[in-house]
Design a protein around this ligand. Structure first.
Ligand SMILES: [Zn+2]
Length: 77
């Protein structure tokens, strides 16, 4: 089985990602995690502040909601 290695999304880092930065997004009955980027152990805060700048749409269509950003540990490295 090939193993997918996800790299940290911070430019110039290149470290293996340990978590993803995502926010729960909901549209009626349909929900998913909206992923903004991946981060190694050192850059979680960097990626969260980066994601916060682009995470806020000016308005969401009725019925949609976007939850708070958080770090989600990757299931497999
Ligand atoms: Zn990094």
């Amino acid at each position: 089985m090939p193993v997918t290695i996800v790299k940290c999304s911070v430019p110039g880092c290149g470290g293996d990602a340990e978590a993803k930065i995502a926010a729960p997004w909901k549209d009626g009955a349909f929900a998913e995690l909206k992923t903004y980027g991946y981060t190694c152990a050192e850059h979680a805060q960097t990626m969260i502040s980066y994601a916060e700048k682009r995470a806020k749409p000016k308005s969401l269509p009725p019925g949609e909601s976007l939850g708070a950003l958080g770090t989600y540990a990757l299931a497999a490295k």
